[in-house]
Design a protein around this ligand. Structure first.
Ligand SMILES: [Zn+2]
Length: 552
């Protein structure tokens, strides 16, 4: 027997042998059992998913001579079945719509259709790529479809059902074919390989399945090519080479530092790969696929079932997927996915790719929204924040040179603001801090008066200078006030401090008064415990203090 290509040799001969289109085969088989046979069928779907195979099986089932009428599953051994399989049947005509698309072709077909079948029950026309027919050809076909002779049956196959006129579509029973699931393709290829005595791993078959994009015919053709190219056993690495895939190690070399936020290592790995002949576009599509696999690992119930990766590869990706939060990963994926045009259409694709990777690293370093909200909540509840930057699933590592170290700073708990550290920030003896301390002690009356004066720490004396003959001078002059302030000052400075009130200041001009009040307002805002905690929590800084209205 002469050599047959795998795709032909393995073509399904019965409905039961068809893979991945059960919704079609079951319906057709049941319809035949019930005697419900239409005059026109439309099989729509991607190439290589079984449209013409099913059309032939249906033709056999309708004309099979193993029974007195159509059968739900053809016998495969009678004259009619054998002839259809071999393409020699006098009553089943396969026509390529692409090369017979003129009106005269269809007229001839319609003319012939009027004659009775030579031997079998039906005269069957299988028209492949039917969307390629011209407008005139469709019109001619429509006449036959409107009043088809009893013995005539049409089966149309198309990858572009949208290009068919509605008048044709409305006269057909339509079946939409699915892309075949990777797992089904792998299983089928495995049994073919076993039958051919070829040794090939399931991960290699997974590569083929992925490459075939759900087309069984393409998968079979690739399997055949890989056997020819690699010999047996088919090594994964050889297969990758044949398919033009990048070595997985090179891909991890870029992906791992990318996810860890290590920009220099990421760009260095990319450069290394590019210098070794990997195209930036290849990097792009392969990395995109890996990010998509990680999304699946995070989100699919049992991702192993929908993925076609080798086990060690799967494990390595799982580790990476566990190190990044879902939100971050989605953000990275979105940036990368949207960059396709920038990278594939750029005249400098490598630079475009580098730019995109750096953008991902930078944006990844922004605090996740959940973290921010968690901290705000902690703040509102006035309790130590529950989540430090490391508590997300981000890997803990030393920050890259030049990278923001905001993420890796240890978490600091928020302590209640009762005792600001005395004399902080190098302002030794800065008396206004004392005013805030007094405010913290809820001695508000004193604060109001102290704010109108000038304070100066002088050895063990705290001098409070106020305006001559003013209400403030009177109030602060009271011994009880001075005693209480003395106690607070002693506590604040950590040593005995005496209060001295000097009514020496001249009356201020209105401008001076406003300026003082403004300074006080700013100081008060900066010392406000809520403001301090916001600054600390978000590791930010106060740029400007704005007052709602000018102090009177
Ligand atoms: Zn038969």
């Amino acid at each position: 027997m002469s050599y047959q290509v795998l795709a032909r040799k393995c073509r399904p001969q019965t409905f039961a042998e068809v893979i991945g289109q059960e919704h079609v085969t079951r319906t057709l088989s049941n319809a035949i059992s019930r005697g419900r046979i239409a005059h026109a069928y439309l099989f729509a779907g991607e190439r290589g998913v079984g449209k013409t195979s099913i059309a032939r099986i249906l033709a056999k089932a309708l004309n099979c001579r193993s029974a007195s009428g159509p059968v739900p599953e053809p016998c495969g051994t009678c004259d009619a079945c054998m002839e259809i399989t071999q393409g020699t049947s006098m009553d089943v005509h396969e026509i390529d719509g692409a090369s017979n698309n003129g009106v005269e072709n269809v007229r001839e077909l319609s003319e012939n259709a009027r004659y009775m079948p030579v031997r079998d029950r039906y005269k069957i026309y299988i028209i492949d790529e039917v969307h390629m027919l011209s407008k005139g050809a469709f019109n001619a076909l429509l006449k036959t479809l409107e009043e088809p002779p009893e013995h005539v049956l049409f089966m149309f196959a198309t990858t572009e059902p949208r290009n068919l006129p509605d008048t044709i579509l409305s006269r057909c029973i339509r079946f939409d074919f699915r892309r075949i699931a990777a797992q089904a393709i792998i299983d089928h290829l495995e049994s073919i390989a076993a039958g051919e005595d070829v040794e090939i791993s399931r991960s290699a078959l997974g590569l083929i399945a992925r490459e075939s994009g759900g087309s069984m015919r393409d998968a079979q053709t690739l399997l055949e090519r890989s056997i020819a190219y690699c010999g047996t056993p088919v090594q994964d690495q050889d297969l990758r080479e044949m398919l033009g895939h990048i070595d997985r190690g090179l891909l991890y070399g870029v992906l791992e530092p990318l996810l860890a936020g290590d920009a220099p290592a990421c760009i260095a790995a990319l450069s290394g790969g590019c210098e070794n002949g990997v195209e930036p576009e290849q990097y792009y599509f392969s990395l995109l696929e890996m990010l998509r696999d990680m999304l699946l690992l995070q989100n699919a119930g049992s991702p192993e079932k929908v993925m076609d990766l080798a086990e060690d590869d799967l494990e390595r990706l799982k580790v990476l997927a566990g190190q990044i939060s879902a939100e971050e990963l989605l953000r990275c994926f979105r940036i990368f996915f949207n960059a396709e045009m920038d990278i594939t259409r750029s005249s400098c694709p490598r630079i475009a790719l580098e730019l995109c990777l750096l953008e991902m690293i930078t944006l990844k370093q922004a605090l996740p929204l959940a973290d921010v909200l968690g901290r705000v909540e902690a703040l509102a509840a006035n309790r130590p924040r529950p989540t430090g930057p490391e508590s997300s699933t981000r890997p803990v590592r030393a920050p890259a040179a030049g990278a923001s170290n905001a993420q890796t700073r240890p978490a600091e708990s928020i302590s209640p603001p009762s005792a600001p550290e005395p004399i902080a920030s190098g302002q030794a003896g800065d008396a206004p801090d004392f005013v805030e301390f007094v405010r913290g002690k809820k001695y508000f009356q004193a604060v109001a008066h102290l704010q109108q004066g000038e304070l100066k720490l002088d050895g063990d004396r705290l001098r409070i200078m106020v305006q001559q003959k003013s209400f403030h001078a009177d109030w602060l002059g009271e011994s009880s006030a001075q005693a209480r302030l003395g106690e607070l000052a002693t506590e604040f400075y950590g040593r005995p401090v005496k209060i001295e009130v000097e009514a020496t200041l001249k009356k201020k001009s209105p401008e001076e008064g406003r300026a003082t009040q403004r300074r006080e307002a700013e100081r008060s805002a900066l010392h406000n415990p809520v403001v301090q905690r916001v600054v600390e929590t978000f590791q930010g800084k106060v740029v400007e203090v704005k007052t709602d209205r000018e102090p009177a």
